[in-house]
Design a protein around this ligand. Structure first.
Ligand code: SF4
Ligand code: SF4
Length: 352
């Protein structure tokens, strides 16, 4: 029997939703949504589940991840229930559900907790700098070790268990009988979506946004590789140096445009920004910018006299790696890719 949580819409509002109860089930949103078909009234089904407080149906559903927030449903809603933002809020709520640490939910719901986490990590990095007597070589050495350790730990200790939890909720709990072959056949879906996020193209008016996302993902992943694996801050190779400059410039130029759009609110998708949205774009912008400046300071030989610049870059990096990547908006990119993978597995199982 379905469990009903009458407080669910109040809970969802803490994740950004407006007023799902305003929905009078007219169906306009379903009529305009390109993801809607005869079997799935998209996004109205999720709106109804939310209004009724059917938590279990929502947590076992992949639907919120299939939505790419084109905003057309919100524009046509006569009741201003804002179904597009509701889908976004459901994605945040689901991230909190998947996360075994409980920190995602806390950081999404409390700005004070988020600010405290950022300040705490900044203080630890400053303390670490003082402990090392602001010795640049030592700080860079440990900074590089931190990059490897943070990537491995966040991936293995937080994100992997959360993805397994997501798989349990969306594939195992609904008792999908998926043969092993379906997991192999669907793997291409995971890779394609992880690198291209191509489903964004399903909504009208999204080509440029898709292109920007694509360039950003490419720039971000390659800068990560160039810095962590190729040792961008230590290398003398002209090719790697120029490559890092280009990648970091791509990141701060594209994210600057994201910040501009969120300030101007010129599209439905940019109208509502939660603190987690701001943290994501601003920290990504700062990551690209500070990495660019640190390498520039190395090349014009002034970093030794300006250790504070490396310290700033390290603070941004640590906050990014330990707050935004495991608990913040960065995870949307990961869960969405896995949602497409699990969705394909479910489709293949139904065909058998
Ligand atoms: S368009 Fe608005 S009022 Fe109509 S079903 Fe969708 S959310 Fe409800
Ligand atoms: S935002 Fe776009 S993709 Fe998402 S439910 Fe609304 S119309 Fe569909």
């Amino acid at each position: 029997m379905a469990r009903i949580n009458p407080e669910f819409t109040d809970e969802l509002k803490k994740y950004g939703a407006f007023d799902p109860n305003a929905c009078y089930n007219c169906g306009n949103c379903t009529a305009v949504c390109t993801l809607s078909d005869e079997e799935n009234s998209f996004p109205r089904k999720m709106v109804r589940y939310s209004v009724l407080g059917l938590e279990s149906e929502i947590e076992t559903s992949l639907d919120p991840w299939l939505c790419y927030y084109c905003g057309e449903c919100s524009m046509t809603c006569p009741r201003e229930a804002d179904p597009g933002e509701l889908m976004m809020s459901l994605r945040r709520w689901l991230i909190a559900k998947y996360d075994w640490t409980g920190l995602s939910g806390l950081l999404y719901k409390s700005l004070t907790a988020s600010v405290a986490a950022f300040v705490l990590l900044a203080a630890i990095v400053v303390w670490f700098g003082a402990y090392e007597h602001f010795n640049l070589a030592n700080m860079m050495h440990y900074g590089h070790i931190f990059e490897f350790a943070a990537i491995s730990l966040v991936l293995l200790v937080i994100l992997l268990p959360n993805i397994i939890h997501m798989w349990w909720l969306t594939v195992m709990k609904p008792k999908v009988k998926a043969p092993l072959s379906a997991y192999f056949k669907a793997i291409g879906e995971l890779i394609v979506h992880m690198f291209t996020q191509k489903r964004t193209l399903g909504c009208d008016d999204n080509q440029f946004r898709w292109f920007e996302h694509f360039i950003l993902v490419l720039g971000y992943l390659s800068l990560l590789f160039t810095t962590v694996v190729l040792g961008w801050f230590e290398t003398q190779s002209m090719f790697i140096i120029v490559l890092g400059y280009v990648e970091s410039a791509v990141i701060f130029v594209v994210t600057f445009d994201f910040v501009r759009r969120r300030i101007q609110k010129d599209k439905e998708i940019s109208k509502h920004s939660q603190p987690s949205d701001w943290f994501f774009v601003i920290w990504l912008f700062l990551m690209g910018l500070t990495a660019f400046v640190v390498r520039l300071f190395i090349d014009i030989d002034i970093l030794d006299a300006n250790v504070w610049m490396y310290q700033v870059q390290l603070i941004i990096l640590v906050q990014w790696a330990l707050i935004i990547v495991p608990f913040g908006k960065w995870t949307h990119f990961l869960y969405r890719s896995f949602a497409m993978y699990f969705h394909r597995i479910i489709e293949l199982s139904a065909e058998n």
